[in-house]
Design a binder for this molecule. Structure first.
Ligand SMILES: *[C@@H]1O[C@H](CO)[C@@H](O)[C@H](O)[C@H]1NC(C)=O
Length: 431
């Protein structure tokens, strides 16, 4: 599974948009996927460096050949590499970055889960300064089994994640740190990149390494297997303003659905990918997330899934293209009206309630922060501070699941909740 951090820029609800009442409802969705960088094929050359020769043989990597480098590794571990347990292996300086990239492994990270990061020396220091590394309590409850799921191979779907028990709104499904994080570059050639990423994987503790290597891949070529797995399983993580690819082995088992029953977000400071339930799930039902923005027109979503994830989307919201696109259109029209703060606006609590219903009808419970937000404003605008508070509260709840607490969107609703009557929206449509 590929993708990704979705930055939902909620420009339309910012008070500044009041200035121009006809400002378009702007929801910019920035996403990028590694599929923009083609995986080319090539054969491995044996390396000059004897220690790493072994790393080039993937079968050997899966089995225990890695152990033959144990001696040098153990002596490395005794040396001082700061927060890292292994000597960083570095590329030459890359023109496009103005720095070299190195493999930084901490095999004792998070109680022995381990982590390997391929990044610049400067960014490596930034990673090491994150609470994930510095604060012993930061990852409490992370990288532990939640008891909510099991995996099974489903016909035509590969491995899927299923509910182990009845799950309700808000239940945690997973919370894991990545096995591998890699700087997003396109300067290294495939073979060179594979060499470093293999070092990164080989230095992980056995369980984490095996978890990584058992993931799905797209092309099936062994000599580029580590990249092939990244391609099929990556999320993007922004650290220090720089995109990194991140692979979370457990989380990768979540398949795509157009009407997902779970929502995820990444917390960069904890380097953790969190997944929570957005509507009741029965035992043995599949747990799903959306790999695309669910409000894009069907054709765009299908294209994205095809080019990024190599599958054709056949779930109901893809098959019933006409109906789905009509609803999406309706949602956009409603949002436009609700975002119109001019004297002639038709925005009202009734329209907001209708918007909420449409999202539910589409199975987009995990994206309800937008209609909840509009409802909070619409109720406040007619002077119903009580309902405004209720919806602002609910918007925050979904934002926590979808974007995490660090998102600026949280502030919008915290502001309203502080004192609805002092909020810019209060009484604005009372006439
Ligand atoms: C590895 O990460 C842990 C945090 O999980 C940290 O306490 C430790 O100092 C780091 N470095 C080494 C060399 O273990």
């Amino acid at each position: 599974m590929c993708l990704i951090l979705l930055f939902l820029i909620f420009v339309s609800l910012l008070p500044t948009s009041l200035a121009s009442s006809d400002s378009p409802s702007t929801q910019a969705l920035i996403q990028q996927c590694w599929h923009e960088y083609p995986l080319t094929t090539a054969l491995f050359q044996s390396s000059q460096n004897g220690e790493h020769d072994i790393v080039f043989q993937l079968n050997g990597l899966i089995q225990s050949t890695v152990h033959s480098t144990q001696d040098s590794r153990e002596s490395s571990a005794r040396s001082n590499y700061g927060p890292w347990t292994h000597q960083p292996a570095c590329t030459k300086v890359l023109q496009s970055i103005g720095s070299n990239l190195c493999v930084y492994t901490n095999s004792s990270f998070s109680n022995g889960r381990g982590i390997s990061i391929f990044t610049t020396p400067t960014l490596a220091n930034q990673f090491a300064a994150l609470p994930a590394f510095m604060d012993p309590a930061a990852l409490d409850g992370v990288n532990t089994f939640s008891g909510a799921w099991y995996t099974e191979t489903l016909p035509g779907k590969g491995v899927a994640m299923l509910a182990k028990k009845k799950l309700k709104f808000g239940d945690r499904v997973t919370a894991y740190t990545p096995a591998l994080i890699a700087y997003l570059e396109d300067e290294l050639d495939t073979i060179e990149r594979e060499k470093y990423w293999r070092i990164a994987i080989s230095q992980l503790p056995e369980d984490t390494r095996n978890g990584y290597l058992s993931l799905a891949y797209i092309y099936g070529q062994e000599n580029i297997r580590v990249q092939d797995i990244v391609k099929a399983n990556t999320f993007q993580l922004d650290i220090g303003g720089q995109n990194h690819l991140a692979v979370f082995p457990e989380t990768s088992r979540l398949n795509h659905a157009c009407s997902p029953n779970a929502q995820y977000h990444l917390d960069p400071s904890l380097l953790t990918h969190f997944v929570a339930v957005t509507r009741p799930i029965s035992p043995n039902e599949e747990i799903t997330i959306s790999y695309t923005s669910p409000l894009e027109p069907t054709e765009i979503r299908q294209q994205h899934l095809q080019s990024g994830f190599h599958f054709s989307c056949t779930c109901p919201r893809c098959s019933a293209k006409r109906t789905t696109d009509k609803t999406i259109q309706q949602i956009q029209t409603l949002q436009k009206s609700l975002n119109d703060w001019s004297a002639t606006s038709s925005g009202s609590p009734k329209l907001a309630e209708k918007l909420i219903q449409l999202y539910r009808k589409e199975g987009l419970e995990g994206f309800l922060d937008v209609p909840y937000g509009f409802a909070a404003l619409a109720y406040n605008a007619v002077g119903d501070a009580k309902r405004a508070e209720k919806y602002a509260q609910q918007a925050r709840e979904i934002i926590l699941m979808k974007d995490g607490k660090w998102t600026p969107n949280m502030q919008l609703w915290s502001e309203l909740l502080r004192d609805p009557r002092a909020h810019w929206s209060y009484g604005r449509r009372k006439r």
